[in-house]
Design a protein around this ligand. Structure first.
Ligand code: NAP
Length: 318
């Protein structure tokens, strides 16, 4: 089968087109014939940097060639032993083994059945592949950790990107009031997703306009930005960071105002995938796929994700 492999960390040219053996599904796994793969900023981080690769892929000792990626949608080709939930021909999607070795940049992926969900019929493989790592991050941030409730005022940063565009829609599905940040080029897109207010971060300081958020979802790689998010949260509110770590300065500021802080790393979880599938099936959440690449053009997907300016999601069609 065709796969994209990586031997040495580095630039996009280090992604190699390879012919390798098709994996076999182990106990509890299904073999998925992949139709679409979605790309995330962490993919590029793992490609570039050895420490990030070790942290995210958790390779076995001696492993020296890697297949990146975690997000897939496809068709079950074969069910391994002890799999009762899915059978050959089922259309499934999910984030495979994150953190860990998803080996998703390939034509076939062996995936734990309990990390997948059935793809809703009204959603394409491209849209389903998109709604995996990014959508799960938004779900686990807002729902699992911050326990979002109807009427909450939720500040979603980077609302035009992969995680942000799902976070806006998930928050709205809970009946929250959503304030979104992004550059002006994302305003129309984000408002159409259902956001109630938009703040252009290049023109205004969000903490001047928002001081009473119940929940803030911060995805910006800047400790000072996280401090500003704390300032935008009301007493007793919650700050979820998916990027910057909370240092002493953040924790002290949060404690002084009785805030709860959550620094999360998304995790594979089939139950959460089913919640995402339900929202997609009901049309409450939609994937916006702004760019599609052919498998032959795989490296271009890394060029795009590294711009840091992606609108919605990008996918590779297999
Ligand atoms: N902890 C976890 O488990 C986890 C999971 C997923 C992602 N992440 C991290 O979260 C970050 C976002 O991921 P993603 O998939 O959403 O990335 P993405 O699809 O590349 O989107 C990033 C978005 O951020 C916007 N942006 C950049 N600077 C901004 C700022 N100062 N304020 C508001 N918006 C800004 C960009 O567009 P504009 O500037 O045009 O608005 C872009 O739309 C990445 O760093 C990623 O590694 C962490």
């Amino acid at each position: 089968m065709r796969a994209i492999t990586l031997k040495e960390n580095g630039g996009i040219e280090n992604l190699r087109f390879s012919e390798i053996e098709r994996p076999k599904p182990n106990h509890g796994e299904v073999l998925v014939k992949v139709k679409a793969i979605s790309i995330n900023p962490v993919d590029a981080g793992v490609r570039r940097d050895k420490a990030t690769l070790q942290r995210m892929l958790r390779p076995k000792e001696g492993e020296d060639t890697f297949i990146l990626g975690w997000d897939i949608s496809g068709v079950v080709e074969e069910a391994g032993s002890n799999v009762t939930e899915f059978e050959k021909g089922d259309e499934v999607f999910g984030m495979v083994n994150f953190p860990g070795n998803g080996r998703a940049y390939a034509e076939y992926v062996a995936a734990p059945a309990n990390q997948l969900a059935l793809k809703p019929k009204n959603v394409s493989h491209e849209e389903a592949a998109a709604a995996t790592l990014a959508a799960l991050t938004a779900w686990q941030g807002l729902v699992t950790n911050a326990k979002i409730e109807k009427g909450d005022k939720v500040l979603v940063h980077a609302a035009g990107g992969g995680v942000g565009h799902y976070a806006v829609q998930i928050a709205k599905s809970f009946g929250a009031h959503v304030i979104a940040t992004g550059s002006s080029s994302k305003k129309d897109f984000v408002m159409k997703l259902g956001a109630d207010e938009f703040i252009d971060y290049t023109a205004e300081k969000f903490e001047d306009k928002v001081k009473d958020a119940d929940i803030v979802l911060d995805s910006i790689s800047d400790p000072d930005h996280l401090l500003r998010s704390i300032a935008a949260t009301k007493e007793g509110g919650k700050v979820v960071s998916i990027k910057s770590n909370f240092g002493d300065v953040h924790l002290n500021a949060a404690k002084a105002r009785g805030l709860q802080t959550f620094r999360i790393l998304v995790e594979s979880n089939g139950e959460d995938m089913k919640q995402i599938a339900k929202l997609l099936g009901e049309g409450k959440v939609r994937s916006h796929v702004s760019a599609r690449y052919k498998f032959e053009d795989f490296p271009k997907s890394h060029e795009q994700i590294e711009t840091g300016k992606t609108m919605g999601k990008i996918v590779v069609v297999v």
